[in-house]
Design a protein around this ligand. Structure first.
Ligand code: NAP
Ligand code: HSE
Length: 421
């Protein structure tokens, strides 16, 4: 069975989606059922990095949502209009929707989801929050047994990327922002990221799913990162904190407290270690306690992964019989192979005499085992412990060099060999 889809937009995210769909080998078998019928863009003559028939592209996006052969619309064009109008039209034509458009859902979710309910179609939104982190489906499906009480997270990749680099290098705000834009993390208008609008959209979406109630966006408190200077970052650092743009939604007895603010986080807090474009989201609930999800929060591949996961879900629901995501889709055993390369830690007990470390180094070198670290510790009498950490090397080379080292008259014992991640 072939499932026909149309894309609205093929920029950063859309290109990632098409790359996955046109190279399905090794991914979920259902991807082979998906056929891209049309892609709507602003400029159909623009050279594209994917090798699709130029006839696939059109600037007439209405023709896609009105095409009776198309079953699923993937909206990755962004913005409020004409995305909203096109999605409503598609739903009116009984098409399922997969969208990454948090700005649209946070503002017009009610209208879109109510129409979808009437037409009995799905509106899937995994990519709208957390980039590649599958947080929406976790909240919708896998934490359903819990009474959820709180969400705490870093959910804007661009600001986390900027703040992390400011912490590391004290760098220039606009230069770092330009890098985030070049890497495809930032929104078309970076104000959405910098001033916290994007994180507000996302926390409103997450909270509405977690607490099963709509969240009026106007009531989400918002503070961006423009006023976070390198002075604040350095001072916070001296006091044992890092500054992060934190989104928070908490169930309290009177309702839900919800907002986005730059906050000082103690360095030992798990969110303090989340650097770059990575997002992390901690969900609290009863009885589960706290679960934390982390991963790339923006960018082409990560976001496309979430879009395509939604596509697979809808395809699974459209295909019959049974539910292909819940039934077994295996037809054979995998070819399991031994690890070919690793980084190693080794501790050698040796005589403490001149030339021993040199002998070890020479043998490793002879077998192309490059060393990252060599040091000696715990000298006792004429015995020393020599610790070696290698670079990533071929397993066979490493084990052959260890066999040779074992022949050294100065070697007393191979104390330990461990692999290093
Ligand atoms: P983008 O790179 O700017 O791509 C937008 C695409 O939509 C382009 O192909 C553009 O056509 C087309 N388009 C835009 N407006 C159009 C219009 N009025 N008529 C016809 N075509 C139109 O955007 P993106 O970064 O991929 O983001 C897409 C969506 O994903 C947004 O909702 C964004 O918030 C969301 N998102 C992005 C990321 C990310 O990391 N980038 C992560 C999560 C979610 P042309 O190619 O001809 O210009
Ligand atoms: N601009 C967004 C961010 C893209 O930086 O997180 C992912 O939603």
């Amino acid at each position: 069975m072939s499932i026909k889809i149309g894309l609205l937009g093929m920029g950063t995210v859309g290109t990632g989606v098409v790359q996955i769909l046109t190279d399905p080998s090794g991914r979920h078998p259902l991807l082979q059922e998906i056929e891209i019928v049309r892609i709507g863009v602003r400029d159909a003559t623009k050279p594209r990095s994917v090798g699709l028939d130029p006839q696939t592209f059109t600037t007439d996006l209405a023709s896609i949502v009105n095409d009776p052969s198309i079953q699923i619309i993937v909206e990755v064009m962004g913005g409020l209009e004409p995305a909203r109008e096109l999605i409503l039209q598609a739903i009116g034509n009984n098409k399922h929707i997969v969208t990454a458009n948090k700005a649209l859902l946070a503002r017009h979710g009610e209208e879109i989801f109510e129409l979808a309910k009437r037409h009995q179609v799905y509106v899937m939104l995994e990519a709208s929050v957390g980039g590649g982190i599958p947080i929406v489906n976790v909240l919708k499906q896998f934490l359903g047994a819990n009474r959820l009480t709180g969400i705490l997270g870093i959910i804007n990749g661009t600001t986390n990327y900027i703040l992390s680099r400011m912490h590391q290098e004290g760098g220039n705000f606009s230069e770092i922002l330009a890098d985030a834009q070049r890497l495809g993390y930032a929104e078309a208008d970076p104000t959405a990221d910098i001033d916290g609008f994007d994180a507000c959209d996302k926390i409103a979406i997450l909270a509405s799913i977690a607490f099963s109630e709509r969240i009026p966006l106007s009531e989400v408190s918002r503070e961006g990162i423009r006023h976070v200077s390198t002075t604040e970052i350095a001072t916070a650092s001296r006091l044992g904190y890092v500054i992060k743009l934190i989104a928070r939604a908490q169930l309290v007895s009177q309702g839900i407290e919800i907002g986005v603010y730059p906050m000082l986080i103690p360095v030992e807090h798990p969110l303090a270690a989340i650097g770059g474009v990575t997002n992390a989201i901690a969900i609290s609930g009863e009885p589960i306690g706290e679960v934390v999800f982390a991963g790339p929060g923006a960018g082409q591949g990560a976001t496309a992964s979430a879009v395509v996961a939604d596509l697979i879900n809808v395809c699974a629901l459209l295909s019959s019989p049974g539910h292909p995501l819940l039934t077994c889709s295996h037809s054979g055993y995998a070819q399991v192979v031994a690890p070919r390369e690793n980084k190693f830690y080794a501790r050698f007990t040796t005589l403490d005499q001149p030339g021993v470390i040199g002998e070890l180094g020479t043998i490793f070198g002879r077998y192309s085992v490059s060393l990252e670290t060599v040091f000696q510790q715990n000298r006792s009498g004429d015995i020393a412990q020599v610790i070696v950490i290698t670079h990533r090397v071929r397993e066979i080379d490493f084990w052959q060099s260890v066999a040779k080292i074992k022949e050294l008259p100065t070697l007393q014992e191979v104390g330990a060999i461990l692999r290093v991640l």
